[in-house]
Design a protein around this ligand. Structure first.
Ligand code: CDP
Ligand code: CDP
Length: 225
């Protein structure tokens, strides 16, 4: 089977990373959660009080950031490390989610992340999810998926995840965050969230994880044989 690049983009909380992870597992591909990179950079900026509206400050700060993905030996999941610290759990916090879209709109931040993402895809055999993977990171990806789901369903799914960690969180807070991020992500100047012309749309409002996986794997099979 020919190794390909699978680019998955779409709105927040619509099942991109769930699908990407499962596809990579079945295909024996690398999985890269590009959103985790923007979240880890945001965590670094918040911790170190970096003003991301200041170009010079951002440029200097990025020199001190090293990101890498490692496999958890116990459960086989891929986790992101920020300067050798496992931050996979911390970056999912709403505190990070509230600022990540502002940080991800900064040109220097995007250049930093995109360069690493492109390097990871050099040998193909990769599934990457994000907002600009099919449009900017891998414009020549063999398979581009654009995921979507009804707003209320997305909010409910993300709320379920977050309330397990923090019982004080409200569904309104989650809804507000998703709406704000979708707005900033699709209206920013640099690499806004767009459906690539050659992307295939998957609306998973009424699809189970198994059904969306089956659909996507069929598309891969059509391409890579
Ligand atoms: O999983 P969720 O939809 O909550 O978001 P994520 O994939 O973890 O991404 C977090 C944020 O990072 C997004 O809301 C975007 O602001 C930014 N992002 C981006 O700008 N470009 C990407 N390729 C991936 C994420
Ligand atoms: O990566 P993205 O933000 O697009 O979404 P995700 O983190 O993959 O999925 C958000 C939540 O929706 C997770 O808890 C998934 O288990 C759930 N999900 C679902 O219930 N049904 C699907 N068909 C896809 C995802």
């Amino acid at each position: 089977m020919k190794q390909i690049i699978v680019a998955i983009d779409g709105w927040s909380s619509c099942g991109k990373s769930t699908l990407a992870k499962q596809m990579a597992k079945v295909l024996g591909y690398i999985y890269v959660d590009s959103g985790a990179m923007y979240r880890a950079i945001t965590l670094y900026f918040l911790r170190n009080h970096i003003d991301w509206t200041e170009k010079k400050e951002v440029k200097e700060a990025l020199k001190d950031i090293e990101l890498d993905f490692r496999t958890n030996d116990q459960n086989g999941t891929i986790e992101i490390y920020l300067n050798d610290e496992n931050v996979e759990y911390l970056i999912r916090d709403l505190i990070v989610a509230e600022k990540v879209s502002e940080v991800a709109a900064v040109k220097a931040v995007r250049e930093f992340a995109v360069a690493q993402q492109q390097k990871l895809g050099k040998k193909k055999g990769i599934v990457m999810d994000g907002r600009d993977i099919g449009t900017v990171v891998f414009p020549k990806a063999e398979l581009k998926l654009f995921m979507t789901a009804d707003n209320a369903v997305r909010v409910e799914r993300r709320f379920k995840e977050l309330v397990e960690k923090n019982p004080n969180i409200t569904i309104e807070e989650v809804a507000e965050n998703i709406q704000m991020r979708d707005y900033i992500d699709s209206n920013r100047e640099v690499s806004p969230l767009r459906q690539a012309k050659d992307a295939i749309v998957i609306d998973n409002t009424n699809l189970t994880q198994e059904e969306q996986l089956k659909k996507a794997l069929k598309l891969v099979k059509n391409i890579s044989g």
